[in-house]
Design a protein around this ligand. Structure first.
Ligand SMILES: Nc1ncnc2c1ncn2[C@@H]1O[C@H](COP(=O)(O)OP(=O)(O)O)[C@@H](O)[C@H]1O
Ligand SMILES: NC(=O)OP(=O)(O)O
Length: 311
């Protein structure tokens, strides 16, 4: 039986740090990622796709805020929904085109996904999720003063706006997503971690202003989809210890215990590599397998010869 892999595509792989945020640049990145995803499909894996939205949701939010004198701005959960539509559309279209080119007949479908979070989550008081553009420290100070943004340095790449990132509790459309996966379709779901919603006392759902980490939601999706492998595709080839320092060292195959040890030693930044390792550890706790790699290495990583593997 073919193995099932949930691929989580990083928002920064769709729009690279410091790359101009045009639609064309993002479409080209998504198009080349789709070639690699099609390679994985062709290699015989059953594929479920999720994706980040950090750069995109930040830009949509900024577009809303900049135009607020002319057009009423939308809240962050709506911007999240917009980013899911934007990226889902690009991925869906690019993958359909790539599969068609190769004579592959799998259906591709993108599901608008809402993820339940708790209103009580401490994360609402401590924003940690980097979104939007990268700024210099001086520009960041101006943004904090002029716009009242929360800003943090993001893993040595520059300063970014940060917003609350509550823990995902459940994926509301999980059953429908599973039905589509079982039908043999390639499903794109839980984009940007899913649109964050809370369940109110009367049972209705309502959007909340946050951005969920797609690696945390991706791990939930991988559990729901009963995936054999959870693959987080990002803009580095490996996870490193002593990242960004002269003594940095790439990790190949490590155990869950080693991963926990490295977390304790503080090797992974919150808001970037931290949540990926956290997701890998909880997936490994269920006896499952996680890979963190670049999109270029995705096929070799599945063969075990590239990327970081946590089991
Ligand atoms: N220990 C580490 N090893 C590798 N990358 C790290 C580490 N700590 C922080 N990072 C940063 O994590 C980034 C990937 O996380 P993130 O930006 O959230 O990716 P994505 O948007 O692709 O999910 C890398 O570009 C790197 O700058
Ligand atoms: N939502 C989310 O985790 O996006 P990134 O992968 O772009 O950070």
């Amino acid at each position: 039986m073919s193995e099932r892999v949930v691929i989580a595509l990083g928002g920064n792989a769709i729009l690279r740090p410091h790359q101009e945020a045009t639609y064309e640049n993002q479409l080209e990145n998504v198009r080349s990622s789709s070639e690699k995803i099609a390679d994985i499909v062709e290699a015989g894996y059953k594929v479920v796709i999720t994706h980040g939205n950090g750069p995109q949701v930040g830009l949509i939010l900024q577009q809303n805020e900049e135009a607020k004198e002319v057009v009423s701005p939308f809240p962050l959960d709506v911007c999240s929904a917009e980013s899911q539509g934007l990226i889902g559309y690009m991925l869906d279209q690019s993958l359909k085109n790539e599969l068609r080119k190769r004579g592959l007949t799998q259906q591709v479908v993108s599901v608008l996904t809402q993820t339940q979070v708790s209103e009580e989550d401490e994360a609402f008081l401590h924003p940690t999720k980097p979104i939007g553009t990268f700024y210099s420290e001086e520009q960041a100070r101006q943004m904090i003063q002029k716009k009242g943004w929360n800003m943090q340095e993001d893993a040595g790449r520059g300063w970014r706006r940060v917003v609350p990132s509550p823990q995902p509790q459940s994926i509301l459309e999980a059953e429908t997503i599973m039905g589509l996966v079982e039908s043999g379709a390639i499903v794109i779901a839980s984009g940007g971690g899913g649109i964050p919603v809370i369940r109110q006392t009367d049972g209705t759902i309502k959007g909340v202003e946050a951005v969920i980490d797609k690696d945390r939601s991706g791990r939930k999706l991988a559990e729901e989809a009963n995936a054999d492998i959870f693959m987080m595709v990002t803009d580095v080839q490996n996870v490193f210890i002593h990242y960004g320092k002269p003594e940095q060292q790439a990790l190949g195959h490590i155990s869950m215990e080693e991963a926990k040890q490295y977390v304790q030693e503080g090797h992974f930044s919150t808001g970037s590599m931290g949540p990926k390792i956290e997701a890998a550890i909880s997936f490994a706790e269920q006896g499952k397998y996680t890979i963190i790699c670049s999109i270029e290495d995705a096929v070799s990583a599945l063969r075990g010869i590239a990327g970081t593997h946590i089991s």
